[in-house]
Design a protein around this ligand. Sequence first.
Ligand code: ARG
Length: 570
Amino acid sequence: MNLYKYVSDNINKKLGFNANLEVPKNRDFGDFSTNAAMVSAKKLGKNPRELANEIMPKLQELDFVENVSVAGPGFINIKIKDDFILQNATAPKPLKAEKPLVIDMDYGAYNVAKSLHIGHFRTSIVGDTLNRIFRFVGHKPISYNHMGDWGRSMGLVIAWFQKLHPDWPFFQENFDSNGDYSAYTVSAKELNTYYPSAATLAKQDETFMEKARVITAELQRGHPGYTALYNMYMPISLASMNDTIKKLNILPFDNDLGEKNAAKYENQVEKILRKKNLLVKSDGAEVIVVKKKDDTAPMPPMMFRNSRGACPYDATDIMAIYYRKITDNPDKIIYLTDSRQSLHFEQLFRVAELADLFPAKDLEHIGYGTINGKDGKPFKTRDGNAAELDDIIELVKEAVDMRVQESGKQLDKDTIDAIALAALKFNDFMHSLSSDYIFEPNSVTSFEGKTGPYILYTAVRLNSVLKRATGKIVLPNGYTLTSEERNLLIEIMDFEHTLLSAYENRATDMVANYAYDLCQLVNNFYHNCPILREDIDDKTKAGRLYIARLAFDTLATVIDLMGLKIPQEM
Ligand code: ARG
């Protein structure tokens, strides 16, 4: 049951107006509170405390209310009956949305011929958890790995191939598209070095850069040799991406369709833009002006076609909206990238609105902060490079392994992997999305405090009690709650409300904080309310098992929403 909603709806009905129901930080004085008396008193010109005293008896009439009290200048505290809590607490079930929305989600968005690095971490795991949350609350997310597979980076990669292997057939005048070129290949590891190397060279060497630009435009026009080469390395890169993604335990993407797919719709989109007179020539390029009269911040035009006739990142994003519109026809499109791309998305949304492609109000960019090292700069590996995701995962696994060895425990590899992943992901979720945070492999792996391992440990502990219990778990008649049991059940009944807020605010930290609070209460319960001990009578045992079961099911749901796995033992 969504306790908050139930209480709120009933109070509103009783009072005949919408009272603002709050969950106090400290619930010792009431499970909920409202400032309704203070708000109404202001309107009516009455004394708030007096009005609160008038409202009190009405609320007291509600059958789930234990008692009502007035605090401070006129806050009303409401305490719920124990029995109501016990009878109505349920394990979470997927919800039905009043109006289920089709939501295209653009996250991950990896680049071909480039390993996944720390910058892809948040978009991947937060995108995945939002996807799971959207599903859970009853919407229909469709995920897109909008790959960087068609822009300048491809020109750079092909130019690098040519630099290394000028004699390969792909670069010859007489290239035959029907030939067998299976002998020409590259390992994923090597391929992943090409883009970074080429990009570094292009910065210093304008001739090389120019070559990459030309190649990009030619590839996009269907140059047979470049196309064959592209078709050779593309699947190698995709497989390498998928290897890394798998380690993150995220749901498979519904679509691995990126810039190249979008570019197929160049003509259709161009037609739309021309009709609306939106394409403007500028230094040999074609751009779309998105500046508005009242803009104070800089708002450069969006590039539709560059001076070499190639279709840049800006343009493929416009085309991707068109593609999604004609295929999924979504209610919303949500993008998840580093906040440094905010301007790009602001421009894009303006174009979508100007061209009548998609209402800007249903386009959403969620920008996130960077993950920094102790020096406050973007996290780097020991060699000073932007840390690759594989390396970071390895680093955290090592840290977990060390801790486990120190504690004298023996855990198998899968368990270590699950703990490491929890450490890494939970630490991210716990921070608000928009802020940067400092990543420190050793602190995130602690089994105590606000960490992923602590969350898993709590679940493992509950599960081991449940596994030891024999017989069916049912709520005994006439059970009386201890305060620890009561607090835990109230938290369980807050799950739905929390999840809906996390959905509305696109806030993974709300889910992580909920998991932590729940675990604190579970551990309080565990320490103060022995369950299977010999001296515990049958009725108490049954009641506590019933509560432990609800707690475990709730915690397991939250853990699953975060894309974590509960090990058998820890
Ligand atoms: N591949 C891009 C990058 O790594 C991110 C793409 C985000 N999605 C989009 N539709 N622009 O920066």
